[in-house]
Each structure stands twice: as C-alpha cells, then as structure tokens.
Design a protein around this ligand. Structure first.
Ligand SMILES: [Zn+2]
Length: 260
C-alpha cells in the first residue's frame, strides 16, 4: 500500500509514529520555508515544530485530506504559532482593508493578486513566477498600486504592504456565502479553467479580499509543493529526535538504493 497524506493525517491524529515519521522528511521543509517568509527564520523552527507536535494542535481537528488542502491548513497553523512565539512587529503605518479597497478600486483581479502577494512578502520576481507573468509587469502594477495607496494614506513606506500583511490576512479571513470553494481556485491554478469567461466568478472575487487571499494562499501552497525537496535521512534525523521518534530502521538494501 502506498502511504499518503491521508494516512499521515489519520496516524498523526492518533499520535502514531508512522504519521510523524512521514511528516518529518516531507513537510518540515514546508514549515522551514514558512518560518523564513513569515517569521524570523530558522531560530524559531524548533519551537514551531514542537507546537505542531503538540496533540491539541493541527491534527486534532483535521480530517484526512489531499496534500494541497493539508499544506494549506499547515500554513495557517504555522502562522498562528508564529503569532504566539514570534509576533510580527507593529507596522509604522497601519493599513486597513477599506483603505486598500478604495485605493485599488480600478485594478483588475490579477493586478490585485499581484498587490496581495506583496502583503505575503513576495518580491516582484517571486510574484512573477507565482502568477506566471513577467517581473516588469508586476513591477508596473506595484508602482501604480503604490501611488494609489500613497494618495489614500497619511504616510508611506516601501514596507507598508508587507508590514501590514499579517493583519490584512486576518482582516480578510471571514468569508461570505458567495465565496468560492478551494476547488474553484485549484481549477484556475491547474489550468482547468480561467478567470476569463467566468464573469460571475470574476466579479465576486475581484471585490472580495477573502477570495483574493484564499487564491493567493493556494498559489503559494502549490508552489511550495512544486519546489519541495524532501529531507534526506541524515537531514531528517535532528527533527525525528526533536519529536522523540526512534531512529529509522530500514533494510540496508533500501538505504543503499534510496528506495522506500
Ligand atoms: Zn469571496
């Protein structure tokens, strides 16, 4: 039987070592990328992993789910843990959703996504990769958005969006009955559908920060998984120790050929 994310969630819920042993090589790298982007970096990695391992956390309420849905939940969990153990600094200038909405009123959906990814601390180059467009296009959108935001706020700084990112994400958290399910966003990301020709969908999402945020979070998740390099046995060992897992016993021939 192939062991998948479904089995891992089930086993971690029941605190079975098989589940945690699967998590370490496959998802510690995801957690590492998240603490580098949204937190102070590797200095808090152990603290975050210990919090994830705590039985009251992530897995207690999680149903077995496909990998991308799981990683989206993991992302939220990591951000919540970071809020507790390494809260982001208060931004010099506060920015709320109403101001952002007023400033970006004339932008298209993709333009708003490009701006929102800046609140998620993605550079223009990284955003260009995520939205499959050119860096110049993203830079142009961000310059235009920056000017509009500047006109609506008392102050301005280059880090205004990133500095307010966590709070904006929280403000965008509540959904509405019209909000799209995750599958709709994954269909767009996977190229099964486009925004064009789906006018009703486009109209709602263009006016809904929850949906823009949800879409951007899923784009992030898909990219994290696409670039994922599982840890080698040696790299995984310190994290296995951290979680009190016994050293992995595998037949010598499996180690030799890297299988299993
Ligand atoms: Zn919505």
């Amino acid at each position: 039987m192939v062991y998948t994310c479904y089995e891992m969630i089930r086993d971690c819920r029941e605190n079975r070592p098989e589940g945690w042993s699967y998590f370490v090589p496959n998802y510690v790298p995801v957690v590492q990328k998240l603490v580098r982007r949204y937190g102070p970096g590797d200095s808090v990695l152990e603290g975050v992993l210990l919090a994830i391992h705590s039985p009251s956390n992530l897995f207690a309420s999680l149903d077995p789910a496909p990998e991308r849905v799981f990683v989206a939940a993991l992302r939220q969990q990591v951000l919540e843990i970071l809020d507790e153990i390494a809260p982001p600094a208060q931004p010099d200038i506060a920015l709320d959703l109403e101001t952002l909405t007023a400033a970006l009123d004339s932008l298209t959906l993709v333009e708003k996504q490009a701006v929102w990814l800046e609140t998620m601390r993605y550079t223009a180059a990284e955003t260009a990769t995520l939205l499959r467009t050119s860096v110049a296009t993203i830079q142009k959108i961000r310059d235009k958005a920056g000017e509009s935001i500047r006109a609506k706020t008392d102050g301005w700084s280059i880090t205004l969006l990133a500095g307010n990112g966590r709070e904006l994400g929280r403000l965008a958290a509540p959904d509405t009955p019209q909000c799209l399910p995750v599958k709709a966003f994954l269909d767009v990301i996977d190229g099964r559908t486009t925004w064009r020709g789906r006018e009703e969908m486009d109209r709602h999402v263009n006016g809904c920060w929850h949906c823009i945020d949800h879409f951007c979070r899923m784009v992030e998740v898909v990219e994290l998984l696409r670039r994922l390099q599982p840890l080698s046995e040696a790299e995984a060992e310190p994290f296995r120790k951290l979680w009190g897992l016994a050293a992995e016993k595998r037949p010598a021939w499996k180690r030799l050929f890297g299988a299993g």
